[in-house]
Write a new protein. Structure first.
Lengths: 195, 195
DNA sequence: ATCAGTATTTGATTATTGTCAAAAGCATTC
DNA sequence: GAATGCTTTTGACAATAATCAAATACTGAT
């Protein structure tokens, strides 16, 4: 059983080794606390108003985070293979989520409950170090996205996205991508037509 | 001497106790590694191209981070009392900074060299926990700013800023605030005139 | 108080993007 | 393969913000 779990989580450990390699003992403890979950297209992982108590790791599939504004759904992030996803604000503060998380494809994710994470931090300093390092990467990523959002044109942001995640066009409806870029669907369509 | 240092850093420890209280031993180790520095208006803390090897804590004063684009200076963040500031990307990756950091007032900051921080993490798990928690707060703050940047109008962002940091208007030139909000100085001036 | 330099406001015009509405394109199901 | 629902594109117009230029207000030093 452990052997099965281990092989199932191989992509997870391969990935986190890029951040900070864990000792076998810490890996084993992590494995014991992760729960694999399977979802299908359009399934909801979280709906606004609920408290998000899990951190998820995407083994396979795609998700979006969105909130509603004036009755419209505003997609503001995507998650793909090897991404950590959660409603960060809700997960950290314990307050109700203002966003929804929905699957865009058939997906396999691993869920780690918040209270288990705290226990891992207490027992294995190295797991807290891993998370600290992951935060650094994600913070830098968000900083870049912020600078793009505020100081680049819509067309530049689109070009950027295509370079960084060319697969996104085939996996995500254009309307979601437009919202993600902070523009309307019509504007994105026009940007595309004049390339 | 230690007593002097301790009293000088009181505001720092008062502040971080809100995040995560440290043991006396960890506090003492932190104190030994911090260096107090004094700067005057328009002094540069960092210029682009240099590697930022320090984390700073602002005891008193104000700073801005800015980069140059098409010959213009784009201010993209401010730091005030009790803020941690650094060129995060450069500090974490060890690459040359793309931004500049400049003082807007006479300021007192505490500097902590990166290599000392790693040593503290190794010796005191709790210091790494503190940083992990600080990252969480700063990540959530940046997320909010990102959502504002991409999904709210310039006028809303200005209102927001006034509520969150009303003192900013008296301490920072309007041109810097406009860039921070992602608009031109003229547009900000017009927004102000029609309130 | 005056001057020089800087910061802020105002005006006219242009560029970009949003909004509302309709048409065209695609995919899925019966 | 026709019909349905959903996605994407196109069109006309309005709103928002940028740009360039000039005027006004403010600040600090003499």
């Amino acid at each position: 059983m452990l052997a099965y779990l281990h092989s199932a989580m191989q992509s997870f450990f391969n990935h986190i080794n890029n951040y900070y390699p864990l000792s076998p003992a810490a890996q084993e403890a992590l494995e014991e606390n992760f729960v694999q979950m399977e979802f299908y297209k359009n399934d909801m992982l979280l709906t606004e108003g609920k408290i998000c108590r899990y951190l998820y790791f995407v083994e396979k599939g795609a998700l979006r985070g969105f909130y509603t504004l004036d009755g419209k759904e505003i997609t503001h992030w995507f998650g793909f293979e090897n991404d950590f996803v959660t409603s960060f604000h809700s997960f950290i503060t314990g307050e109700a989520a203002v966003e929804n998380i929905q699957f865009l494809e058939h997906s396999i994710v691993w869920a780690l409950p918040k209270e288990k994470i705290q226990g891992l931090f207490d027992r294995f300093h190295e797991t807290e170090r891993l998370v600290r390092i992951v935060y650094e990467k994600y913070y830098i990523r968000l900083e870049e996205r912020f600078v793009n959002a505020q100081f680049k044109t819509a067309a530049e942001r689109y070009e950027n996205l295509l370079q960084q995640a060319p697969y996104i066009l085939t996996r995500v409806p254009l309307g979601y991508i437009a919202a993600y870029l902070g523009i309307t669907q019509e504007t994105l369509s026009r940007i595309r037509s004049r390339v």
